[in-house]
Design a protein around this ligand. Structure first.
Ligand code: NAD
Ligand code: DAU
Length: 360
């Protein structure tokens, strides 16, 4: 039975990954989830799995070397899947230090503890061990509106403190592979969407505001482009890279789903209107009049677009969820999980929202 150490598994992609893995492998794998439960970590995302015998939750910070060493000492870990990070660009612009701490230093701790646990006296590594570092397309910088894609060979050119800290963490993983022959892979994925995403990110924020009849803040001219991938397809890609990918390689993950932000906002309005019964009061004010163009994000990257050729050709991964189906499923999920939304937007979220959007 393989034992997976997942970091940041209580967040958006991590929790979807854990659900995907239990769905696929059932009781034939064991998962240990280490998460500090920052504002972005939510144990509710994992309610259905928390009583499973082959699932363990450890509340710890990845920067806490002793806590991570203890997990490796007490368990024979076969796979590390490293999601834990500060992940929101706007927060990184306001408060960069914690991004360097968690994303760079935290990754160094994870690498070092895995290396210490897996290294043999002759400097080679125990058979079958693998570390997967989950990274982002934002490390490649920004593309022109009218063309080009991010390939694995595209030079790094991060712009925000978030993407700079992720680039730093990627470089550390590359350094471990080059220096020690440490058994790792890196995946650089485009924007994910789906259930359990914290409503500081575009899609859940717009859904939440729309359902409350609040303004829908669109940065700048609304024409920035993101390349959207349904989160389950990302989970599947991570699993396939660990099982079939060549060690020491980077794989870009994306589904050729480029959309301008304003298109996304309009799709959400239209879909929600379609879903709400005629008698629902919210329907009357749910129109494009709610769209409000606000001050642009500082250093806002114009366009991201992944070329997923390598992962498709080498590993056979392809996204399964069409955008039109995935976005409807996602909107329905938030619509049906009002309590989840209420819980995550109570307390500190209101303060965050006021501070972030007051000036805009
Ligand atoms: P998220 O913010 O939803 O979740 C992050 C999780 O990490 C939370 O559960 C949080 O509690 C935990 N965490 C944060 N700091 C920690 C620390 N110091 N120690 C332990 N746990 C800590 O993020 P996400 O959107 O799920 O992203 C997960 C990973 O995927 C990140 O590394 C991110 O860079 C990468 N990524 C995200 C996207 C995307 O579209 N969201 C796309 C590509 C790559
Ligand atoms: O590309 C992968 C990255 O995607 C991940 O590495 C990050 O962790 C993840 O947060 C995401 O970054 P983005 O900055 O692209 O995502 P966000 O949802 O914050 O914003 C998407 C686009 O929408 C971006 O162009 C900014 C814009 N936006 C965002 C918010 C929150 C708005 O116009 N209004 C908003 O209120």
């Amino acid at each position: 039975m393989k034992t997976y150490l997942v970091t940041g598994g209580a967040g958006f992609i991590g929790s979807n990954y854990i659900h995907y893995m239990f769905g696929k492998y059932g009781d034939t794998i064991r998962i240990i989830n280490v998460d500090a439960l920052t504002y972005a970590g939510n144990p509710e995302n994992l309610k259905e799995v928390e009583t499973k015998d082959n699932y363990t939750f450890v509340k710890a910070d990845i920067c806490d070397k002793e806590a991570i060493e203890k997990i490796f000492a007490e368990n024979e870990i076969d796979r590390v899947v490293h999601f834990a990070a500060e992940s929101h660009v706007d927060r990184s612009i306001k408060n960069p230090e914690v991004f360097v701490q968690t994303n760079v230093y935290g990754t160094a701790v994870m690498l070092n503890c895995a290396k210490a646990a897996w290294e043999l006296p002759d400097g080679s590594f125990k058979e079958g061990k693998r570390f997967l570092h989950v990274s982002t397309d934002e490390v490649y910088g920004s593309l022109e509106e009218d063309g080009g894609y991010f390939y694995e060979t595209t030079p790094y050119a991060p712009h925000s403190p978030y993407s700079a800290s992720k680039a730093g963490s990627d470089m550390l993983v590359k350094a471990y592979m080059d220096t020690y022959h440490f058994p790792a892979n890196i995946t650089n994925c485009s924007n994910n969407y789906g259930p359990y995403q914290f409503p500081e990110k575009l899609i859940p924020l717009i859904i939440n505001n729309a359902l409350q009849g609040k303004k829908l803040p669109v940065y700048g001219d609304g024409k920035n482009v993101r390349d959207w991938l349904y989160v389950e397809d990302h989970a599947k890609a991570i699993d396939m890279v660990q099982e079939k990918g060549r060690l020491f390689e980077t794989y870009n993950v994306g589904g050729h789903n480029e959309k301008q932000n304003i298109e996304i906002v309009k799709i959400i309005i239209e879909t929600l209107r379609d879903m709400l019964p005629e008698t629902d009061e919210r329907r009357a004010h749910l129109t494009e009049d709610l769209i409000t163009y606000v001050e642009d994000r500082k250093g806002h990257d114009r366009r991201y677009a992944i070329a997923p050729d390598k992962i498709r050709e080498e590993i056979g991964w392809e996204p399964e969820t069409m955008f039109k189906d995935g976005i409807r499923r996602t909107i329905e999920w938030y619509f049906d999980h009002e309590d989840w939304m209420k819980n995550v937007t109570s307390g500190d979220y209101q303060k965050y929202y006021e501070e972030m959007y007051r000036a805009k």
